[in-house]
Design a binder for this molecule. Structure first.
Ligand SMILES: [Zn+2]
Length: 186
């Protein structure tokens, strides 16, 4: 049987969807040499260059509190939100962000296919519900990544928008309302 182009395309599309939506598990990956822990989506292999890029510039957070597992679960729960925003499957690195007063930040230039988020789990140690806090933090970052991916430059007022998005459990219309208001000004 010879497939038509249309049939072939639909098979490819189906396979792509499988890759995008079915593998929703995250694993904890530890690089002992660099003392770096990452939370990595299944189907994604981190190369040592990935780590080296990060290791020199970011300090790893304290291990031994079981917070890697809390973050892993949080990643799995918010992955569908990342998919909805079309920002790819984020990789979370348990390290201090650029600005140490922040819980998380996205590594510049990774917005797009595979964003890399630094998350400081030291902030979570005293939280009553670290998983929920991690979910909130990740959604907040997703908001920033979404805007960068849309070519919208950062403004301070964006903080309130992404925080509201996070608090409302990832309601995309909050981001789009802001996006449209910015695009209208342009
Ligand atoms: Zn922010």
């Amino acid at each position: 049987m010879k497939l038509t182009k249309k049939e072939l395309l639909s098979i490819i599309k189906e396979e792509m969807n499988k890759i995008l939506f079915e593998s929703t598990s995250y694993r904890i990956e530890r690089d002992e040499d660099l003392e770096m822990t990452s939370i990595v989506p299944s189907g994604v292999e981190l190369s040592s260059s990935h780590y080296n890029e990060v290791a020199g510039e970011y300090d790893p957070t304290t291990t031994d509190y079981g917070l890697d597992e809390e973050v892993r679960r949080a990643c799995e729960k918010v992955l569908s939100k990342a998919m909805e925003l079309g920002i790819g499957k984020p990789i979370v690195i348990l390290a201090e962000p650029d600005d140490s007063s922040h819980v998380a930040s996205t590594i510049d230039g990774t917005e797009g296919l595979m964003p890399m988020i630094c998350l400081n789990t030291d902030f979570l140690i005293n939280e009553m519900n670290p998983e929920r806090e991690a979910i909130n933090t990740l959604l907040h970052e997703f908001g920033h990544i979404y805007f960068r991916a849309q070519g919208i430059e950062y403004r301070e007022e964006e903080e309130d928008v992404v925080e509201e998005y996070a608090l409302r459990a990832g309601n995309k219309s909050i981001l789009d309302r802001y996006k449209n208001s910015i695009l209208k000004i342009k």
